[in-house]
Design a binder for this molecule. Sequence first.
Ligand code: F6R
Length: 368
Amino acid sequence: EKGGHDYFMLKEIEEQPAAVADTLRGHFVDGRIVLDEQRLSDQELRDIDKVFVVACGSSYHSGLVAKYAIEHWTRLPVEVELASEFRYRDPVLDRSTLVVAISQSGETADTLEAVRHAKDQKARVLAVCNTNGAQIPREADAVLYTRTGPEIGVASTKAFLAQMAANLLVGLALAQARGTKYPDEVAREYQDLEAMPAKIEQLLLGMGPVRELARELAASPAVLFLGRHVGYPVALEGALKLKELAYMHAEGFAAGELKHGPIALIEDGLPVIVVMPSPKGRAVLHSKLLSNIREIQARGAVTVVIAEEGDETVRPFADHLVEIPASPSLLQPLLSTVPLQVFAAEVAQTRGYDVDKPRNLAKSVTVE
Ligand code: F6R
């Protein structure tokens, strides 16, 4: 049942192309993005003037990625909040606020309570959930299901990728309702999304060197992750995977913050994993990250660089290079996350830990 793998998580990592494809399926019909459940009128959707995304853990990271796309596509301000913080700070909510609650299980206590708080304040709630009939989608005004099937590994992998895809569909649905994107533009974005499962598939075929690298670095006391733009939440997710699976001290940083503190951590032999943006799509950020890598390499860090295929500029500064297929910038996290999952799982296995059941963690956190 683990499909020949030692752990469910490894099988679930390999199921990611299908998880994304199944999540997209049926959500673009006759040229329009459609949700699974829609109890909001078109007018109510058009009246939305502000979006809050609430979630915990990896689901929160998927929300951070979504912010870039939703703001870009809809011109609505988007704030992403940890569900556990949201209702304790009296957020400004009203009937023109959309609260997007992202939860694989649909039962996470903090996210559910955030939804209830939002509804008390008359905000509209849209749930992105992997579990049919769970409490969060039951209480929401609209629902988009990720369709990955059950996720057995405690650490989220395929659900995370599916959430990122689903969140993008939510962004397109809002852009469509608001008219900030023409139908042919929505169609084009959707086609770009549809091309992603094949790219993830291709990427998964080349993970051998990442496993080897993980075994090589498995005894490191700490690993840092750097990214910018949508690569920043990917860095946070890479660090979370390594903490929870390999019990290793890991931190993700926005690379632009390096000089404001974290660079003091760089020392001889410290592995730093850098998520590079596309050299074409994000040329300015790319060149800034390139100088960051140069700086940390000069201070003795072991640089592991995740970069687009054919990006030759990074080679001189990458002690290890992991290539990912080219993709539109906003969709890159569907690729750049994958080697980080594989890396964390392999480090954990090398250190002799149970990849599916990390210590102290539960698959769904139904107490606050
Ligand atoms: C990390 C992980 C957790 C969950 C978080 C939210 O690998 O799995 O951080 O993402 O507990 O759970 P859901 O999405 O079920 O609300």
